[in-house]
Design a protein around this ligand. Structure first.
Ligand code: ZN
Length: 424
């Protein structure tokens, strides 16, 4: 059903102006309030308490809930409960997100009211709304939900609390607890929803891997660097990669012990890696099929640093481009395809010369394509092992390479390289 239809229904049910209801509805939905919750809250606002519902829905096991269920009654244990602030109708609204489990399964929930949920609580949620998120059902606990706490605790085969390692975190995870080392951290001033504000951004590491973070309310413990424990963080996608979000509701404590940062990264099939929707640190091995246009010697806009074509920047028009080197190459391992992007340093290595050498070669040939051609000759058809940041968007998958090595599939050579590492 379209928003317009919901507004029409509400307006006729409540006898109020449709445009007014529609703008209220739009506001709520824009701030990610589910449409059912939004219409119920507008019914209350305009004084109809019927809610349109009839009777209490039947009790269901969590494993049996599907996105098609309208409303359900569920009994389970709160595994995690994390506060987060969203804004609608000009004011901040605190919601609680987390996971609820019974002995059959686990489901994500969002509580739009302050029910005082804590990890470990056994609850029955009567008339909880069900919505679909990414193909999976989720619970909405709102004003129309009757929530009661059980006296007896409930045994569930899941761990209470949100302890996690960085490598296990996925976009959409909420109320997570991590213990990490701050590897990089910088303070930035951004144009936030309340005007200019300072945030911290950088990279966390633990034994399992590394992930970028944003700290929306700068915590001195993070800015100081070192090892920290963070409770109630959430994971959101930024530029195609999962990112840890540390908010005003997160608790940050300095640890007086070290958190080792693992240097291993997971090696994955290209198909599996792309299927995750984006990974900050991943290694793939595949065949280099082609070097794409826009590789080799290129020019960038001095204003925005994007690649210019025929002296034209898409945003800044006629500009004096800055010379640069890069490679965009297609890598395939039989399970999938990714565009590998090499920066200027890695490009110098695969080209076998510096930017000045490339400019010289292009001048002599009176054609800058010769630089890309030489790179093609040197790398197409070979197998490479590449580690970097993988982002996936509607235009495809890009792997920003940090390392780019010809894959060495000679087992004897691999063994001796390993021994050298051990000796070192
Ligand atoms: Zn520009």
């Amino acid at each position: 059903m379209e928003l317009d239809d919901h507004a029409e229904d509400l307006a006729s049910d409540l006898g109020v102006d449709k445009e007014e209801v529609k703008s209220d509805l739009q506001n709520l939905v824009e701030y990610s309030v589910p449409v059912d919750e939004a219409t119920q809250s507008l019914r209350r606002k305009y004084g109809d308490d019927s809610g349109g519902g009839g009777g209490t829905p039947s009790a269901k096991d969590i494993a049996e809930i599907t996105p098609d269920d309208g409303n359900v009654t569920v009994t389970g244990v709160v595994l995690t409960a994390g506060e987060r602030s969203i804004r609608y109708q000009g004011s901040d609204h605190v919601i609680v997100e987390g996971r609820l489990a019974d002995e059959t399964g686990v489901i994500d929930y969002t509580a739009w009211e302050d029910f005082g949920l804590e990890p470990g609580d056994a609850i029955t949620a009567g008339n909880a709304g069900v919505r679909e998120w990414d193909g999976e059902p989720e619970l909405n606990l709102g004003e129309s939900t009757s929530l009661s706490f059980q006296d007896d605790s409930l045994e569930v085969p899941y761990e209470i609390g949100g302890e996690a390692e960085l490598a296990d975190l996925r976009t959409g995870d909420r109320a997570v607890t991590i213990e990490v080392t701050v590897l990089e951290c910088e303070r930035k001033t951004i144009d936030g929803r309340d005007g200019e504000t300072d945030i911290l951004s950088g990279v966390f590491g633990d034994e399992s891997g590394r992930l970028p973070f944003t700290n929306w309310d700068p915590a001195p413990e993070i800015e100081d660097g070192g090892a920290v424990r963070i409770e109630n963080a959430y994971v959101q996608e930024f530029r195609g990669v999962p990112e840890v979000n540390v908010s005003e509701f997160s608790t940050v404590t300095e640890l007086d012990r070290e958190i080792e940062v693992g240097s291993d990264t997971s090696t994955m099939d290209v198909g599996d890696a792309v299927g995750t929707g984006g990974i900050y640190d991943v290694e793939v091995v595949g065949n280099l099929l082609a070097v794409r246009d826009g590789s080799g010697l290129i020019q960038r806009c001095p204003e925005c640093y994007r690649v210019v074509q025929k002296g034209q920047c898409r945003t800044h028009g006629d500009v004096d481009g800055i010379d640069d080197l890069r490679v965009k190459a297609i890598l395939d391992d039989g399970t999938g395809t990714v565009t590998v992007v090499l920066d200027d340093e890695l490009t110098e290595r695969v080209y076998g010369g510096t930017l000045d050498d490339a400019l010289e070669q292009a001048r002599e040939a009176m054609d800058q394509e010769v630089v890309a051609d030489r790179i093609r000759e040197r790398i197409v058809g070979r197998e490479y092992r590449i580690r970097g940041h993988l982002s996936v968007d509607e235009y495809g998958a890009n792997l920003d390479a940090e390392t780019f090595e010809e894959s060495d599939d000679d087992p004897a050579a691999r063994a001796s390289a390993f021994l050298e590492e051990v000796d070192a």
